[in-house]
Write a protein that binds this ligand. Structure first.
Ligand code: GAR
Length: 192
């Protein structure tokens, strides 16, 4: 039986789609489902178009210990839960139950993390502070926003010409390059 990934995403889902494609022909790992808190998130349609079961849920469905999200995860029994542009805080009851949960953040944590720090807001803050570098962080999820143990970081240089859009593009490229590989590595380490 393949190792199973459950992905949570709130928006466009370029990381989610990249992860689905990366594992689509993988011998021992598969994306089992995509879950989104945003009914009109493009990621829901893109994932279903790729044949991945996709679910929408609201606040109650994720926060309730016996809610729909808990039920779905109980059934799938994912080996890893991946937050890929998921903008709500992940509830404690799910963190207690599922120990292997990771998140990707578009900056070099511990800087530029916390509530409200997502997507373009992060890049704007980095540029406003005239940082010389930024990057990506993949970390374990605990009950505090962007606070769990860091698993992986990759840096990039910021140039004077960079804008929010150009930085976002560069960050996305780094995320797409590394996120699936880090997931794969974590799941393969678990086998031994
Ligand atoms: C990604 O850059 C991810 O790092 C960021 O949202 C973007 C989602 O893009 N996550 C956060 O900011 C979490 N605090 P995508 O929908 O194209 O994958």
């Amino acid at each position: 039986m393949k190792k199973r990934i459950a992905v949570f995403a709130s928006g466009t889902g370029s990381n989610t789609i990249n992860i689905i494609n990366y594992f689509s022909e993988h011998p021992s790992i598969e994306v089992s489902c995509v879950l989104s808190n945003n009914k009109s998130a493009p990621v829901l349609k893109s994932a279903s178009d790729l044949g991945i079961i996709s679910y929408y849920f609201d606040k109650k469905m994720i926060e309730d210990e016996n809610g729909k999200v808990s039920e779905i995860l109980d059934e799938i029994q994912p080996d890893i839960i991946v937050l890929a542009g998921f903008l709500w805080k992940f509830p404690s009851h799910l963190i207690q139950k599922h120990t292997n949960i990771i998140n990707i953040h578009p900056a070099l944590l511990p800087k530029y993390g916390g509530k409200g720090m997502y997507g373009a807001n992060v890049h704007r803050a980095v540029l406003d502070n005239k940082e010389k570098e930024s990057g990506i962080t993949i970390h374990r999820v605990n009950p505090i926003y962007d606070d769990g143990t860091i698993i992986f970081q990759e840096r990039l240089q910021i140039t004077p010409e960079d804008t929010i859009e150009s930085l976002q593009q560069k960050i996305h490229a780094l995320e797409h390059e590394h996120f699936p590989k880090v997931i794969e590595q974590l799941l393969e380490e678990n086998t031994h």
